[in-house]
Design a protein around this ligand. Structure first.
Ligand code: ARG
Length: 465
């Protein structure tokens, strides 16, 4: 097996230590940048031709060579492994020289791996961010479908994990829809900052050749060119931002998972998860475990870890490029892989779950979730809210002692606490009325929630066009 020659052998007399080479090489993972690195090389080749560095013939030969490399990689499974290389950049150059000879040795004129690697990384990320955003959108769509499928399902809403006030299942779904909308906004912003061309910064000081950087940017679809060569080769803010945006996606996915894990437990029995996303126990025959959701919750930590790893790598770096920066790739690659599979898993879980509407309705009507309603009822009768709150607290204590819900108390018993309570109190305490009252923007009144559902659907549909 031949090996790609190092790109820097000239001033060395001794061989590279094997263990060090293994430590230093990044080809095992940065081969993922192969396609984009070739793309950027084609644009650089054009720029060198226009700068008068390459003849037309040379630039044509280089570009044809690069295209051939792309094709070979596509059909030859062993193409990468047959030529052990330091990194993806050395690999491509070695393959090019193998293919077209000396002309290939001219391609690296006026550039460094320092501006090359961050250019490739940005090109790669641009596509991946779009892909992630699409899958977040799929999760949003699935949330809307889950809401619509059981539009009238109610849930007890919680604070402190104590039953608080009734809500609609669709309201819960839309809460997560909102989180994912913000996530997509953040991903868009990161995309915009990723979309700046560093190529032409060379090693650190800029290039000595007449490379039209703006033209290169246009060719590669970048919105602009970096303004400072030192910053351009050492900036990895965009990687931190991406992992940050992904961390928040994972926070949201993890909270959603936690909710659903609880709801699926025998204690709650609010939802039924599909067999397709659950596992059994090797020991306990009755078990149906929500593994998909637990894995999503568990993998959040991994993404947060990558963010800390990246920040720590960057914090003490002297200007400009340092090899520490090679650590950026595995952190980002794993983040991207993890978030994509977690989002897909979440979509499958949501698509296949069923809300046990009877159970959730029962839960939403037990545990004094309408106590606030009773206080509001008294407020309507001109009792100051603080007094009403106090009175209802006492009524709840009484109801607990009777082992009854508020609606099951006798009117006369309630009137012992407040003369203002009349027959119409029972309607005010009904689940329907409790929900319908929350009728301001953002509230859980069915009218509002259905409106919000329509709005959410429209906003997704608008993007499709
Ligand atoms: N594999 C390197 C990385 O990922 C490429 C850049 C190497 N540059 C250098 N001057 N050694 O950062």
């Amino acid at each position: 097996m031949t090996e790609a020659k190092n790109l820097w052998g000239g001033r060395f007399t001794e061989k590279t230590d094997e263990t060090f080479a293994e430590f230093n090489n990044s080809f095992s993972f940065d081969r993922r940048l192969f396609f984009v690195d070739v793309q950027a090389s084609i644009a650089h080749c054009d720029a060198l031709f226009h700068a008068g560095v390459l003849t037309r013939l040379e630039s044509e030969r280089i570009k044809n060579g690069l295209q051939t490399i792309l094709k070979r990689a596509d059909y030859d499974k062993n193409y990468f492994d047959e030529l052990p290389s330091e990194d993806v950049h050395s690999f491509i150059e070695a393959r090019l020289v193998q293919l077209i000879g000396d002309a290939g040795r001219k391609l690296h004129t006026g550039r460094s791996r320092n501006d090359q690697v961050t250019t490739a990384f940005r090109l790669w990320l641009r596509e991946e961010i779009e892909e992630i955003s699409k899958i977040v959108r799929l999760v949003q769509k699935t949330l809307i479908e889950a809401a619509e499928k059981q539009r009238d399902a109610v849930l007890p809403g919680y604070t402190h994990l104590q039953r608080a006030q009734p809500i609609l299942w669709a309201h819960w779904c839309l809460a997560y829809f909102e989180m994912f909308s913000r996530d997509r906004e953040r991903l868009d912003e990161v995309w915009r900052r990723v979309n700046v061309l560093p190529l032409g910064s060379a090693a650190l000081a800029g290039t000595s050749y007449e490379i039209d950087r703006e033209e290169v940017a246009r060719q590669l679809g970048f919105e602009g060119v970096s303004a400072n060569s030192l910053d351009a080769v050492s900036d990895r803010d965009f990687a931190v931002e991406l992992v940050g945006a992904c961390s928040l996606v994972m926070v949201h996915l993890s909270r959603l998972s936690e909710d659903l894990i609880l709801y699926a437990s025998s204690e709650f029995q609010f939802i039924e998860l599909s067999d397709a996303v659950s596992t059994g126990s090797s020991l306990m025959p009755q078990k149906k475990n929500p593994d998909a959701l637990e894995l999503i919750r568990g993998k959040a930590g991994r993404v947060f870890g990558h963010q800390i790893a990246l920040l720590t790598t960057l914090k003490g770096l002297p200007m400009a490029y340092n090899k520490d920066l090679q650590e950026d790739k595995e952190a980002v690659f794993d983040t991207v892989d993890t978030i994509k599979i977690c989002l897909q898993a979440a979509a499958i879980v949501l698509k296949n779950l069923h809300v046990n509407e009877e159970k959730t309705r029962e839960a939403a009507t037990k545990g004094y979730l309408n106590a606030t309603e009773l206080a509001d009822y008294l407020v309507q009768k001109d009792v100051p809210f603080r007094t009403a709150h106090d009175t209802v607290g006492k009524i709840v204590m009484f109801a607990i002692s009777q082992d009854k819900e508020l609606n099951d108390l006798d009117l006369s018993d309630m009137r012992n606490f407040s003369e203002q309570i009349e027959k119409d109190v029972f309607e005010a305490l009904s689940l329907e009325q409790t929900l319908a009252n929350k009728n301001q923007i953002g509230g859980t009144a069915p009218e509002r929630v259905f409106e919000a559902l329509d709005g959410a659907k429209e906003s997704l549909a608008r993007e499709e066009n």
